[in-house]
Design a protein around this ligand. Structure first.
Ligand code: BES
Ligand code: MN
Ligand code: ZN
Length: 502
């Protein structure tokens, strides 16, 4: 779907569908709506007067366009009561409406943007429209081979019509950013939705290399032998049970001369069976999404390259399967991380922290000055916050403030979780420096404390996205399946860093 911005009048655009907005309780409609209504012989005004169009939020009226307009149909969208318009509300509405428009086979839609930019910052509105439309129309249907399972109804193109030329230029700037944000989210979804047999560590590495070729990112794949030389014993212990070679993916965006480097680190377990501490069968298929953190950081750095963000970023995705076999790591085994920390593996299903330990150590060795990791780390996180908020653990208040701002811009809510030193007692081992499980109480926190040990004093944030990894239904910009959360938060955060450095 292509999104363009037109600065004339909507009635001069040749399209399949015109879309206009009306507020609840308004007696007058916008100039653009009035121009369209002239072509309809005043039907819209009459229907409003008769109470047949109320303008309530979620209302959608479909009219034939007749002969005098350059479109076939007119969609009249209710905005609810005037006042209190927000970009969050617009994102939600645009997502839901885009799917309804698609189901009506809207084709080329010309949307009046006049009522929107009267209430909201034009650039933000353009960005929000593009990201919500791009995200909400996402479908993962590539493995349906029957045509009937792949609907052809579509929004082929959208023209946002903003009569004011200065505002139109701002909307256009926003659309460009929003499209990149939406497409990056959809890339993360594509990686995570793909079943594990078709998204092995090798395939993930190939996708990262392809992204690098498209965007100018630098890409380095650390193979098993090099990981051994680097003494990444914690990461490699997870790969022991798998026939698939592990791939430690490193992507780099050099957007600023000199200066500090932000590391985005994502858990890349392409399938988590639990290993020898095997998981129950129910819903185990979901664990094809256990590389959602890796997908998010790869997609985010791709977006930063496309946006030419003036910031240095390194994305690190330690990828491997976690499977049981005769060569798999066993409960009680002791392994050594890259930084020399010894770890007693009490539960092979607590593998995420094992791969992240070496990834965090590697990021620090690369000179990163801020670390943000993203991981489907614990079921306990999903129990605590459900699918609404991501739990974020941070060792630095300023970093939390910046992340909160970025998350608010993205509409991906976060909640700060604690990191008290007393939780460390639960992960001290009798035979090694640390053990990889702290028992049932505070399971998400002890997992975070494990990572905290490797981050140390370096400003660090940990996103436990286990609860928000998957959506059960379409809602606003979200669609059923793997979510692509928090790609946009990461991008906004890095863009904020770039602005702060200017
Ligand atoms: N990948 C899982 C966590 C998970 C669960 C993510 C559900 C998304 C949805 C992780 O590797 C795991 O198995 N964690 C264990 C840790 C425990 C053994 C300490 C868990 O949460 O049970
Ligand atoms: Mn696990
Ligand atoms: Zn896992």
């Amino acid at each position: 779907m292509e999104i363009t911005v037109g600065s004339g009048s909507i009635t001069s655009v040749v399209a399949d569908t015109y879309a206009i907005q009306v507020y609840e309780g308004d007696r007058h409609i916008s100039a653009e709506a009035t121009a369209i209504d002239a072509g309809l012989g005043g039907t819209i005004a009459q229907m409003i007067a008769d109470g047949l169009i109320k303008g309530t939020a979620g209302e959608l009226t479909v009219l034939p366009a007749g002969r005098r307009l350059k479109a076939k149909r007119v969609f009249i969208v209710g905005l609810g009561k005037r006042g209190g318009a927000t970009l969050d509300g617009m994102r939600e509405r645009t997502g839901n409406l885009s799917r309804r428009f698609r189901d009506l086979d809207a084709g080329h839609v010309a949307t009046s943007f006049q009522e929107i930019t009267a209430a909201l910052d034009p650039e933000g509105a353009g960005r929000t429209y593009a990201e919500a439309a791009t995200m909400s129309l996402y479908r993962f249907d590539r493995h349906h081979t029957r045509a009937a399972d792949r609907p052809t109804y579509a929004i082929e193109r959208v023209t946002l019509v903003e009569p004011n030329a200065r505002k139109a230029a701002a909307v256009r700037r926003g659309v460009e950013v929003g499209r990149i944000l939406g497409e990056a989210t959809n890339m993360a979804r594509d990686l995570a939705n793909e079943p594990a047999n078709l998204m092995t560590p090798t395939i993930m590495a190939a996708r990262a290399q392809q992204l690098a070729a498209e965007t100018g990112l630098e890409c380095k794949i650390i193979e098993r032998a090099e990981a051994e030389r680097l003494k990444m014993g914690s990461y490699l212990s997870v790969a022991n049970g798998s026939q698939q070679p592990p791939k430690f993916i490193v992507l780099r965006h050099r957007g600023a001369r000199g200066g500090r480097t932000l590391a985005l680190i994502g858990k890349g377990i392409t399938f988590d069976s639990g290993g020898i501490s095997i998981k129950p069968a129910l819903d185990m298929d979901r664990m094809k999404g256990d590389m959602s953190g890796a997908a998010a950081v790869i997609a985010a750095i791709g977006a930063l390259a496309r946006l030419k963000a003036r910031v240095n970023v390194i994305a690190i995705a330690p990828c491997t399967e976690n499977l049981p076999s005769g060569t798999a790591t066993k409960p009680g085994d002791v392994v050594y991380a890259m930084d020399g920390t010894s770890i007693e593996v009490l539960n092979t299903d607590a593998e995420g922290r094992l791969v992240l330990a070496d990834a965090i150590a590697y990021a620090k060795a690369q000179g990163a000055s801020t670390l943000v990791d993203v991981a489907t780390l614990t079921g306990a996180m999903g129990v605590a916050l459900g699918g609404v908020r991501t739990g974020v653990f941070v060792n630095n208040d300023r970093l939390m403030a910046d992340l909160e701002r970025a998350a608010a811009l993205a509409g991906e809510p976060v909640w700060r979780m604690p990191l008290d030193e007393d939780y460390m007692e639960q992960i001290r081992s009798d035979v090694a420096d640390l053990k990889n499980t702290g028992g049932a109480p505070a399971g998400a926190i002890t997992a975070a404390k494990f990572l905290h040990h490797f981050a140390g004093e370096t400003p660090w944030a940990h996103f436990d996205i286990a609860g928000v990894m998957h959506k059960a239904a379409d809602k606003g910009p979200w669609v059923k399946g793997m979510s692509g959360n928090p790609v946009r938060t990461l991008v906004h955060f890095a863009l904020g860093r770039a602005r702060a450095a200017e």
